[in-house]
Design a protein. Sequence first.
Length: 94
Amino acid sequence: MDPKYEHFREFSSSGMSFLEKRKVWLDISDISADAFDAMTAEHNERQSAALKIGDVAPDFKIERLDRSKKRTGEFVKLSDLRGRPVALAFGSYT
């Protein structure tokens, strides 16, 4: 381990204030304070618009995949599944 990062070996951010976490982040990264603050503001804005537990999900239509994860051309709307358990798996296929 690079000696200048040795003090982070047993690092845990639990119990730290936001300002303490910000200082650590700026100490260990090459991001500027202004860029960090802009990134934090953008994150907070996205979070404030995100659905919360218990919110009604917006309706959407999505294509079903077969068991081998191939496209089927068959679509389903979330509202058509009302009253049934639904599991959504999000991921990247890139």
